[in-house]
Design a protein around this ligand. Structure first.
Ligand code: AMP
Length: 191
């Protein structure tokens, strides 16, 4: 299986690039943010609990997201591979993901980090707030999401660096320019 971990700060363009990657390479998109928002939209118990964290820009507890991902991987175990988007967001999640993939005789192929300057991240999230009506794209919550990213999620990059699986690509510029860089990396590794 080809398993790509698309990594980056909130607003880095992970969702946008994931959608293009899965179309070009025939992989399955797994976005914990999308799954959680769909739980909220369906007003499930899980959704109600997750919402209390998401509106503040805090992370949903590890056990909840790990269980969700486990289920999704099980349901799609025949796929060519996954693009993980917004997961793992803590080192504990990364360790669980490695275990989970190992159990399925596969592993993370590489982590691809989209590098975007902080001012640009804030600009993009403000634009997204008006387009997508996301309750977690308000200025205060944006600040907190960036803080949580630096404290809890950035160490995930170091975790995969130690496994020699860390690759960066510029996340600045147009969607197509960024995707050209992303594709170049994927082609080099998989073809
Ligand atoms: P995203 O759409 O990936 O930006 O995620 C939106 C929000 O969902 C985050 O700010 C978190 O509150 C929550 N969330 C998404 N993925 C995770 C995760 N892997 N671990 C914890 N919380 C998450």
């Amino acid at each position: 299986m080809k398993n790509i971990l698309l990594f980056g700060a909130p607003g880095a363009g992970k969702g946008t690039q994931s959608k293009k990657i899965i179309l070009k390479y025939g992989l399955v998109h797994l976005s914990t943010g999308d799954i959680l928002r769909s739980e909220i939209a369906r007003n499930t118990e899980l959704g109600k609990e997750a919402r209390t964290y998401m509106v503040k820009g805090e992370l949903v507890p590890d056990n909840i997201v790990i269980e969700m991902i486990e289920q999704k991987i099980k349901n799609q175990s025949n796929s060519k591979g996954f693009v993980f988007d917004g997961f793992p967001r803590t080192v504990a999640q990364a360790k669980s993901l490695d275990d989970l993939l190992n159990k399925n005789n596969t592993e993370i192929s590489f982590l691809l980090a989209l590098l975007v300057e902080t001012d640009e991240l804030k600009k993009r999230m403000q634009i997204r707030a008006s387009k997508e009506n996301r309750t977690d794209d308000t200025p205060d919550v944006i600040e907190n999401r960036i803080k949580v990213y630096k404290e809890k999620t950035a160490p995930v990059a170091d975790y995969y660096k130690k496994q020699n699986k860390y690759i960066t690509v510029s996340g600045m510029g147009s969607v197509e320019e960024i995707f050209a860089g992303v594709s170049k990396v994927i082609d080099k590794i998989f073809i």
